[in-house]
Ligand binder design. Sequence first.
Ligand SMILES: Cc1ncc(COP(=O)(O)O)c(C=O)c1O
Length: 370
Amino acid sequence: MKVPLLDVPAQNAGLKNELMEAFEGVLDSGYFILGPEVEAFEEEAASYLGTAHAIGVSSGTDALIVALMAAGVTAGDEVICPSFTFFATAGSIMRIGAVPVFVDSDEESFNLDLRGADDLVNERTKAIVPVHLFGRCAAMGKVKAFARKHSLVVIEDTAQSLGASICSKKCGTMGDFGTYSFFPSKNLGGFGDAGLVSCDDDERAEAVKRLRNHGMFPKYYHSEVGGNFRIDALQAALLRKKLPHLDSYGRGRAENAAYYLAEFAELDSSRVTLPLSGGADDGVIWNQFTMKVHGERDALKAHLLENDVGCEIYYPVPLHKQECFNQLPETKLPVAEKLAQEVLSIPVYAELGDERRERVAKVVNSFFKS
Ligand SMILES: Cc1ncc(COP(=O)(O)O)c(C=O)c1O
């Protein structure tokens, strides 16, 4: 039996009629960029998140760029972010001419670790971008205390963690801005590229809306330079059909994660470390099920692939080691470097089903028991 790492068609198949109806609605309306579907989606997303504003944009990357711009981060400013994350977190900072200042990660949660980070702050430091990696909320109490102490804007990169919450407060809504991605493999998968920015502050929301449309206000007047970061009406119309199911997708992922945690509980902890447990209400939405394999990660990956079980290394190179950041001051981040050597993610999507997850567990167990 083949178990792919992702199965995007499976999730959408159950909603095919509704999605086709939404598609036809947009097709017939001729309204393809922003407009009523986008406004309706933004209202529904804001209500789901419990924020005053949710603003649709063209991708999770552009959500970061536009939030940084709306936060007033400009060329030469410094922004603190983790090194162990997807490239877009730091790429977006660099794209607006600012400088990413990398911090190390916590070995257990994979999220940023701010111990020692006070020393990285100077008069150019303007913002911090915590990433809620793999579906797990970063330690936002600590992030907010750090940001308060140093007067930094907090932009939560929630691309991988939409739907998680802590004490009923949704991940992405605890800082000044939350940014989200609807890349098809994300918790709320879109139909191409799309993203969202959330915030509570009216002025900041207006700034995001202006900046996503070339900084234009009123029409054809530009007092600032933005970009084309607009969301398509089609994405919004289709995402409106999936948003009501987001929590059930999260429950499906959590069930699969709980199953793996039970199946792998007896494995030798000197060979493999399992992810921390947790559910959506404790800030974990299981965008990935990521194990740390000590010394034999690549062998386990080869074993899974030989047995037709999809898996992936998210991420093999921490960002402070990426060639494009060579000009930044050299830094040593031992945990991020170690994680990059040890992590391996296995399929955890809601539509996995009993047979496929049993197969994954059997193949993983056979590696460690041989
Ligand atoms: C942590 C993180 N930030 C940002 C992004 C960028 O999102 P997008 O691919 O929608 O631009 C991603 C998506 O892969 C991500 O995982």
